[in-house]
Design a protein around this ligand. Structure first.
Ligand code: SF4
Ligand code: SF4
Length: 287
């Protein structure tokens, strides 16, 4: 099991349900917590409970339907001066169930994409570079099987988009579609919220286009973090044959004898990252 003691975890939607339980579980593992909710008072009792157990803990607030609020929250987290090692993008918003598909209002899409796709994406993009720089990080994006429900078209589309981004199943045409949709949204939105909502997407597409292309065309994640697109490898020259990785691999995907380079069987590997965290010689990399 990965040693998470002292790691800082951001849990969105931590006030109740799965988010609250996840926060408590991470605290049991020795993690420190940053608890997100819409209003800081919503996580006050959980913060108190965790602090009573000796856990270092902060509450932050943001309306995930308001991307400027999300960005302000990220600034506040930065100001805490802690390194966020793990992000659990748990918060989500489920729109109304509509059997009258053709009358699905545009709002369903706008709110759903803000909360379920754009906000988690912004949170990922904020913390990912720092995780890569430090050589450790985990991000869990919560989606659901709801991505095929016509009665919740806006919600389904938003979750499907998040799934697609996370799994690296994009196609080059998607970039044009995203660009077109984002610009259309800027022009057709009635309020400043809608007009500015696509800005983060457009700016990441402008400044990190090569990363989008790598995910789509090469099916690789240059940052080495998208689970579906990476594979773990042991660099033979660096491996000291200490056996620690093999002993800790939960699916016995690593073989090798003492003082000899070890090897990972990628057909068995479930990409949990335990070996990489355990290796003291930096011999395990993601590709
Ligand atoms: S933990 Fe690192 S050094 Fe030890 S056997 Fe595994 S890869 Fe080699
Ligand atoms: S990443 Fe793969 S090889 Fe490494 S510990 Fe996890 S399952 Fe085993």
């Amino acid at each position: 099991m990965l040693d998470l003691k002292g790691r800082w975890v951001l849990v969105t939607g931590a006030a109740r349900g799965i988010g609250r339980l996840a926060a408590l579980k991470m605290a049991e593992q020795g993690c420190n917590l940053i608890l997100h909710s819409r209003d800081i008072s919503h996580t006050a009792s959980l913060e108190e409970e965790l602090k009573a157990k000796g856990i270092d803990c902060h509450s932050v607030a943001a309306d995930l339907n308001d991307i400027s609020s999300v960005l302000k929250m990220l600034e506040k987290i930065d100001a805490l001066g802690v390194d966020v090692d793990i992000v659990l993008n748990n918060a989500g918003f489920q729109i109304a169930y509509r059997t009258d598909y053709y009358n699905t209002p545009a709002d369903d899409y706008e709110v759903s994409f803000n909360v379920n796709t754009i906000a988690p994406a912004m949170i990922c993009y904020h913390f990912l570079p720092k995780m890569v720089e430090r050589g450790f990080g985990r991000i869990v994006n919560t989606t659901s099987g709801i991505d095929k429900e016509p009665e919740q078209a806006g919600y389904s589309a938003a979750k499907a988009a998040l799934d697609k981004i996370t799994k690296g199943q994009g196609e080059m045409e998607d970039l044009e579609k995203i660009d077109e949709l984002a610009k259309h949204m800027q022009k057709s939105s009635l309020c400043a919220l809608g007009q500015t909502a696509p800005n983060p997407i457009l700016s990441t597409m402008k400044f990190f286009k090569d990363e989008y292309v790598a995910h789509i065309q090469d099916k690789t994640c240059p940052a080495g973090v998208c689970k579906s697109l990476i594979r773990y490898e042991i660099i033979a020259d660096k491996c000291k044959g200490c056996t620690l990785c093999a002993r800790n691999c939960p699916v016995k995907a690593i073989t090798g004898t003492v003082k000899q380079p070890h090897v990972i069987d990628s057909t068995k590997c479930i990409k949990c990252g335990v070996c990489m965290s355990n290796c003291k010689f930096g011999a395990i990399i993601t590709k």
